[in-house]
Write a protein that binds this ligand. Sequence first.
Ligand code: PLP
Ligand code: COI
Length: 371
Amino acid sequence: MPQSSVFGSNRVLKNLLPRHKRKTPPTLADDVPFGRIHTDHMLVCDFLPQKGGWQPLEIMPYGPFELSPDSVVFHYGQQIFEGMKAYRSGVREDEVSLFRPQLNAKRFFHSATRLGMEPVPEDLFLQAVKELVNVDYEWTLPMPGALYIRPALIPLDQGVSYRASQAYRFFIILSPAKNYYAKETSVTVAVERSDVRAVPGGVGEAKCGGNYAGALPALARARAKGAEQVLWLDGLEHRYVEEVGAMNAVFVYDDRIETPGLSGSILPGVTRRSVIELARHMGLRVEETRIDINQVLDDARSGALKEAFGCGTAAVISAIDSFLDGDERIAVNQGKIGTTTLRLKEALVSIQTGKAPDPFAWRVAVQCNAH
Ligand code: PLP
Ligand code: COI
C-alpha cells in the first residue's frame, strides 16, 4: 500500500523489508569499514520524460539495478554524487540531524547541470534524503560515528551514440560510518607535481565520478610512498594548492587561516565553508587565496606554518602531519596535531552532534519513526 510522504510534497512509495528480514545494525564496537556496509533500504527516483518527468520517490530493499550494457552510464561519464551524513544529535536514538543539507542539494544541482544531466530539484533532493534516513535511522552510529548518505544520479538512456541522456535515475544509499582513514588522528599527504585533478573551465567543482577516477594513479603513487592522500596543485602552473584528496586544504598561521579560494576547479566543500564561518566566529582571520606550495613547504620547514589540515564530510577534520615532496618529508608542527585544528574540529562536531548550541541553524532534524 503506497504511503503518503511525511517530509514534502512528492509522493513516496515504500516497499520495506519486514522486521525479521532486516540486518542488525553494527555498533561502534564493530569493525565498520567505510562505505562497505549498507542499510536495509535504498531510495530510487527516476526522471522519465515520456511519463512527465520526476516519478514518485520509491524506498525499497537495498539491491542491484539491472542495466543494459549499452546504457549511457557505462560509456560517456555522465555520473554525479554527493556525500553527506546524518548524526545522532540527542540522547535518544531517534534524534537524528542532517548538517546543512541544503548545500548538498545545491551542489548536486550544479554538478548535474555541469555534466549536462537533468538536475534534481533541491526540494526533491532534501525530501528524498529525509525520507530514507527516517526509514533506516537506527543505523546511525553515535559519536564518533554517523550515517553516511550517498546520493547519486545516473543516466538511464541506452545506445552508444554520443549524446546527453534524456532519462535519469536519482538514488540514495546509506552506510553506517566510523572512520574514513585507518589512521584516525592525522594524515600524510604527497605533493603531486605531474598529474592534475582539474583545470580551469573543466569539471573540478562538480562532484562527478570522473574526477575521482583521474586521481587514482596519483593516489596509488602516494600510498606506495606511505601517504594517505594526494595534495593537488593547479592545472596551469602546477604551483598553487587546490585540494588534498577528498578534502579541502586549510593552513594555520598564528591568528590566521588560509585556504585556496574557489577557483572553479576546486570542490566547494560544505565542511570548508563551515570551517571558514566557525573560524571567523572564533575571531580568526580567514583568507581565501592562492597558496603557493613552495611557500607552504618553506613555512613548514621554518615553523612559520603552525598547522595544516584537510576537511570534508567523510574525513571530518584531519590534521596533516607531514608533506611528502619527491623523496623529502616535511613535517608540520613536528607531526603533532595543533590546537587550532582541534578547536575547529571540536566546534564543528559539537554542532553536528547536538552537543553544542547551533547558533547558525546548521542542523536540520529528521523526524524518525519506527517502521
Ligand atoms: N574535495 C573533494 C574532492 C571531495 O571529494 C570532498 C568530499 O566530499 C571535499 C573536497 C569536501 O567536501 P565536503 O566538505 O562537502 O564533504
Ligand atoms: C565525502 O567526503 O563525502 C566524499 O565524498 C569523499 C569520498 C571520496 C569518500
